[in-house]
Design a protein around this ligand. Structure first.
Ligand SMILES: [Zn+2]
Length: 483
């Protein structure tokens, strides 16, 4: 039974506030003539909904996420001088098995400037018979449920227009994903914020500014001349998880882009002028890309790697892109193989991409210890399959679990060979923690199910997460260098 809870509204408000530098915060006023906000539009109350009963995890994911997105096209009109952005999205999708009523994650669902059209029909965001805002208990995600029952098998189309805040003092506009917190790109466009939902993304970034801008992003950006608008097209060229799509626009007075071909990989580095230089990033990347190519196979993204270089802190990985410090650069680039192309099915499963990424570097130290046989945690079972974010013990105990697998299979080189084979066969084929156990068993002949049960699926409270020495890695710091 659905019910309205005041506490849930607080949850949704917190989600909005967590949007970060570039794309969060309170809604900007809708001033664009392209939008026709409803006169009486008031944000609907958020209804908390219990998780549906489901026979399997796959059935639960279908019941909660409801749709399979095929393509997301979004045009962002960015007005830095007015400190506002207007977005227009068109998303094509099919209903998942057994589902009729579509859901999208969209932070702007609460914006009074939201306009919606579903299969050509205008919906009123303020009318309960058109739209409902809900959150599934334990998911941490605000969902926009469109009150129409759609046919199975055919493609449907959602169009949404909405204003977005522009908050960066440096004039930049960018994606700001945090996978530990579970914040994806629903801050910017209608999406499903779960790793297994892959879609082809085409974003058009239009900067309305007198001063020149530079830009980088997933899949390489194509600049276009469009009158006095500076325009770039981002095309992922394939289906990817929405939260792995990155773009970063910055004024050319403060930022520059440098390009270099390293082996077969075209690399572009956007760096603030006067800070850590692109040259330093290339110096790190030259040996690292060569090593990863040898160890794990060809670089997974055909259009290369785009890097936003920050002055400190950690980083965030995206499809063919990263926003990162020099210190975290190697880590984030490893994620191109594990996280951005070999993909977990759910957020809670994504402990393994973090653990594998950490393990690869930590295990070069011959004294790196495997997890104790009697270690117990609820690293996976402690969260719902529909919850956002993952357990930060992945960085430490998770990496030691991977080390235990490496010891089991005969050492680091054998484990790297397993990871290379797994990446080759399972790229863009999202899989769970139990699938990883099955894959490892098939490769090594060792059944690790009982150990995985102990290490990852004990009942809640088996071993509380503690602050990690790796916490700096997932705090992106976009502070500009002092001139
Ligand atoms: Zn990481």
């Amino acid at each position: 039974m659905a019910r309205t809870m005041p506490g849930v509204r607080l949850v949704a408000a917190a989600l909005v506030a967590a949007g970060g530098l570039g794309c969060g915060g309170a809604s900007a006023p809708a001033t664009s003539p392209a939008v026709a906000p409803t006169a009486a539009a008031t944000p609907s109350a958020v209804v908390e909904v219990p998780l549906p009963a489901a026979a399997s995890e796959a059935a639960l994911l279908d019941a909660v996420f409801r749709v399979d997105v095929e393509r997301a096209e979004v045009v962002f009109d960015v007005y830095p001088a007015d400190r506002r952005v207007q977005a227009q999205a068109a998303v094509t999708f099919r209903m998942r098995p057994g589902q009729t009523r579509p859901i999208f994650h969209l932070e702007a669902a609460r914006s009074p400037g939201l306009s919606l059209r579903l299969n050509g029909e205008t919906l009123d965001p303020a009318r309960a018979s058109d739209v409902r805002l809900l959150t599934y208990a334990g998911s941490g995600q605000l969902s926009l449920e469109l009150q129409r029952d759609l046919a199975a098998g055919t493609l449907h189309r959602l169009e949404a227009g909405y204003p977005l805040p522009f908050t960066d003092a440096g004039g930049r506009y960018f994606t700001d994903v945090n996978d530990i917190d579970g914040r994806g790109n629903e801050t910017l466009f209608p999406a499903l914020n779960t790793p297994h939902e892959l879609a082809h993304h085409v974003l058009v970034l239009r900067v309305h500014a007198a001063e020149p801008y530079v830009a980088v992003g997933s899949g390489r950006l194509t600049p276009r001349i469009a009158g006095d608008v500076q325009e770039w097209v981002l095309d992922t060229g394939r289906e990817v998880a929405a939260y792995t799509v990155m773009f970063h626009l910055a004024p050319a007075r403060s930022h520059a882009v440098a390009e270099r071909r390293i082996g077969d990989v075209e690399v572009r580095v956007l760096a603030p002028i006067g800070g850590v230089s692109a040259e330093e990033a290339f110096g790190t990347l030259e040996p690292w890309l060569a090593e990863l190519g040898t160890a794990l196979g060809p670089f997974p993204m055909p259009n290369g790697l785009d890097v936003v270089l920050t002055q400190g802190g950690g980083g965030m990985e995206y499809y063919g892109a990263t926003t990162t410090s020099l210190r975290a650069l190697r880590h984030e680039v490893f994620h191109m193989y594990y996280a951005c192309s070999t993909v977990a099915r759910t957020y809670r499963d994504s402990w393994w991409d973090e653990a594998i990424t950490m393990w690869y570097e930590l295990s070069t130290d011959a004294t790196f210890a495997a997890i104790a046989e009697d270690f117990r945690s609820d690293m996976v079972s402690g969260r719902s399959a529909v919850a956002v974010g993952f357990d930060r013990r992945a960085y430490d105990q998770g990496a030691r679990i991977i080390q235990a697998l490496a010891v089991e299979t005969g050492g680091r080189a054998r484990m790297v060979a397993f990871l290379r084979d797994l990446h080759r066969r399972r790229s863009f084929d999202p899989f769970t923690t139990w699938d990883l156990a099955d894959e490892f068993a098939a490769w090594s002949g060792s059944d690790v199910h009982e150990r995985f049960q102990r290490w990852l699926y004990q009942s809640p409270g088996a071993a509380a997460a503690t602050p990690s020495a790796s916490d700096w890695r997932h705090r992106v710091d976009l502070t500009l260098p002092i001139p």
